[in-house]
Design a binder for this molecule. Structure first.
Ligand code: NDP
Length: 349
């Protein structure tokens, strides 16, 4: 079977299409034919060596597909079942071994590509707005990177809970997407001369001087100060990523000065810590997708062989919504760019 390996730590060029033996599922494991693999920021950190990894390694941890075989002791899944996962190493491949306890059943009406697209980002959006800071009707919310994968989904979920959502984006095309997802006010932060002072002023203006109940901040280094200054008294800064870089060490006394503020740095693993919690969140997200109440945007689909291009697009800030690799498309050749599945990008990306 074909897979994408990172041969060593480095840029997208270290990604190589290789032929590997078909993996064999061990006890408690599934062998899955991958319909689509999700491309995530964390894959680029692991490829680049920001997070320590062994090399070579098959990249990717997210996807959806059809169970091809089950290992000993697996009772909950059978060949032919549709499943999705967010943390099975080696997912940029035609086949991957997925531990049964991290696999989630995909209900019939949900397309496997959509299931792959809504996995990590959908579960993240869900825990952020329902658990980390449970959004209340009437809340003012600030969400950075509003046209990103998590951003578009979290906006929709927060609006469904009755919030007014203010987002930031870097282009006008992204602003249109964010508005379509339900944002009431969209700020192009790339146009601000001084983000740290100008954004909080805009937010206070929009909220009658109060500031917002919560900021969902995945951008990190570039936005953290503005996020802190945009909060209302006793508001919460949820820092869940560092797309622009990590936030430097922080003096807790500043939370006191800012109005008894809260801050947290959550991660998905801690909000899907038990199998029951994982299944509950996934089934809620899939139910919203199946009923048409949650729009899942796939902005680019690449054949497996073009994984490096998918990483370049993500790192260049050129994507919106989800980026997928589809092993079954393009027959693995860079020349196969005219197939229906890849690569396709939209004008907004
Ligand atoms: P996005 O689709 O949101 O892509 C990142 C976006 O961040 C870009 O499109 C861009 O939007 C914005 N951005 C701002 N500054 C930069 C920069 N210097 N370089 C690159 N992008 C920048 O990605 P995801 O939705 O997949 O993930 C969002 C973030 O959330 C990531 O940092 C990811 O690691 C994190 N994450 C955290 C999880 C957790 O549980 N803690 C789980 C899942 C993701 P614009 O052009 O509009 O500024």
């Amino acid at each position: 079977m074909r897979a994408i390996q990172a041969l060593q730590a480095g840029g997208p060029d270290v990604l190589d299409l290789v032929e590997l033996p078909t993996p064999v599922p061990g006890p408690g494991e599934l062998l899955v034919d991958v319909a689509a693999a999700g491309v995530n920021f964390i894959d680029t950190y692991r490829r680049a060596g920001v997070y320590p990894m062994e090399y070579p390694h098959v990249v990717g941890t997210e996807g959806a597909g059809v169970v091809a075989a089950v290992g000993p002791g697996v009772a909950d899944f059978a060949p032919g079942d549709h499943v999705a996962w967010t943390n099975a190493f080696g997912s940029y491949a035609e086949q991957v071994v997925v531990p049964a306890d991290v696999a989630v059943p995909v209900p019939e009406p949900v397309d496997l590509r959509v299931a792959a697209a809504v996995g990590l980002q959908g579960l993240t959006a869900h825990y952020l707005v329902t658990s980390t800071y449970p959004v209340q009707p009437g809340d003012d919310v600030l969400l950075h990177a509003g046209a990103g994968g998590v951003g578009l989904l979290a906006t929709q979920l927060a609006v469904r809970r009755g919030a007014r959502v203010i987002t930031t984006v870097s282009t006008e095309a992204k602003a249109d997407l964010s508005r379509a997802a339900g944002a009431s006010d969209v700020v192009n932060y790339a146009e601000l001369d001084d983000l740290t002072t100008e954004l909080p002023a805009i937010v206070r203006d929009l909220t009658g001087g109060r500031g917002v109940a919560v900021v969902y901040d995945s951008v990190g280094k570039d936005t953290f100060e503005a996020s802190l200054a945009s909060l209302r008294r006793r508001g919460m800064l949820v820092l869940f990523g560092g797309s622009s870089g990590q936030v430097p060490p922080f003096d807790l006394q500043r939370l006191n000065k800012g109005g008894s503020l809260f801050t947290t740095r959550p991660k998905l693993d801690d909000y899907t810590a038990t199998r029951a919690e994982l299944l509950d969140r996934a089934s809620e997200v899939y139910a919203l997708v199946a009923s048409g109440d949650l729009d899942v945007r796939v902005s680019a689909t690449f054949p497996l062989a073009r994984a490096a291009d998918a990483h370049r697009a993500l790192e260049a800030r050129a994507t919106t919504g989800k980026v997928l690799l589809v092993p079954g498309s393009g027959v693995g050749s860079d020349a196969d760019t005219s197939t229906a599945t890849g690569p396709t990008t939209d004008p907004a990306s």
